[in-house]
Write a protein that binds this ligand. Structure first.
Ligand SMILES: Cc1cc2nc3c(=O)[nH]c(=O)nc-3n(C[C@H](O)[C@H](O)[C@H](O)COP(=O)(O)O)c2cc1C
Length: 316
């Protein structure tokens, strides 16, 4: 379908909503609108040209790792329809960063693409910097911004990289790589919703002192609060990150806190439980400059970005 220009035109006319009032400029990039597709949906950059017709202002690929890896055993993705939620323990299944680069070389759409980077499961944390280094260098010519992902709950030990010293080293390293380029590109950090206030304070200090260009709040949660599914259903599913409606309030709280501490100009991308235009407005009002959806896109379908765009315009 992606090969047929007519099909793309039809998709565009059905799902895209253009209006200069939706445009945003953040960390030096010009976004056609503030609604993005969050990481994990198009991990291997297979669908950028098709997804670009569905009204998004930007698409984040990944999480990519240096080497291909199969991820966790199936089943690893579970629906909780009564909660409009998902639980996943995919475990960074991806074909490796080089496979994505080959596809990015062929993409036709000019939509802004972010490259979300992680480490291989077999890479110990004290070597993690090497994995992010490799992903950055490999992806550099082909994406518009980068995300350091240290917040997935499905790679054992990964979230320990959110601790103060490992995180400072990692962000300094990736920022330095970017600064060495003729045209440095924005480096963002994606954080978990499960941090304590003092962990968040440490992260805020690191974002500012390393001149990290922005923050994505948040990834999925390991909490199982605010669910109507039975305890038995939840325990049968087991480990994984919870996304969708039950995550919304928590991620909004994290965004509000970040905004209050980071000042009014620091770039924040809000994600977590945006299922409707009203949820999107809540994230913007909490302080997000841009937003991303994943679970809402699954439950609400391809018109979600357009519906949010229209609501943003009617609000003004
Ligand atoms: C199936 C699935 C896979 C995901 N994979 C990734 C990933 O590879 N990297 C990442 O940073 N976030 C990943 N996420 C998290 C989303 O990007 C997003 O931060 C989170 O789901 C909260 O948004 P939502 O409530 O709109 O889904 C994944 C989420 C889901 C549901």
């Amino acid at each position: 379908m992606g090969e047929i220009p007519l099909a793309k035109n039809i998709l565009n006319s059905l799902y895209t909503y253009n209006n200069p009032k939706l445009e945003r400029e953040l960390f030096g990039l010009k976004f056609k609108n503030p609604i993005g597709l969050a990481a994990g949906f198009d991990k291997d950059a297979r669908l950028i040209d098709e997804l670009a017709c569905l009204g998004f202002g930007f698409i984040e690929i990944g999480t990519l790792t240096p080497k291909p890896q199969t991820g966790n055993d199936k089943p690893r993705l579970f629906r909780l329809p009564e909660d409009e939620a998902l639980i996943n323990r995919m475990g960074f299944n991806n074909e490796g960063v080089l496979a994505s680069v080959e596809r990015l070389k062929k993409r036709k759409s000019t939509i802004i693409v972010g490259g979300n980077m992680g480490k291989n499961k077999t890479t110990p944390n004290d070597k993690a910097v090497d994995d992010y280094n490799y992903c950055f260098e490999t992806l550099y010519p082909y994406v518009d911004y980068f995300v350091v992902n240290v917040s997935s709950p499905n790679t054992p030990g990964l979230r320990a990289l959110q601790e103060k010293e490992p995180l400072r080293n990692l962000m300094l390293h990736v920022k330095r790589l970017s600064a060495q380029k003729n045209k440095p590109k924005p480096i963002l950090l994606k954080i978990a919703p499960d941090l304590t206030q003092s962990q968040l304070d440490d992260i805020i200090e690191i974002l500012l002192s390393t001149k990290t260009d922005g923050v994505i709040a948040t990834n999925t949660t390991i909490s199982r609060e605010h669910l109507s599914a039975s305890v038995e259903t939840i325990s049968n599913i087991g480990d994984g990150g919870l996304s969708g409606r039950p995550l919304g309030k928590k991620s909004t709280e994290v965004i509000s806190y970040l905004r209050s501490k980071l000042g009014k100009n620091y770039p924040i991308i809000g994600a977590g439980g945006i299922m409707s235009p009203e949820d999107a407005i809540e994230k913007i009002d909490a302080g997000a400059n841009l937003i991303q959806v994943y679970t809402g896109f699954i439950y609400e379908g391809p018109a979600l970005a357009r519906r949010i765009c229209k609501r943003f315009i009617s609000r003004h």
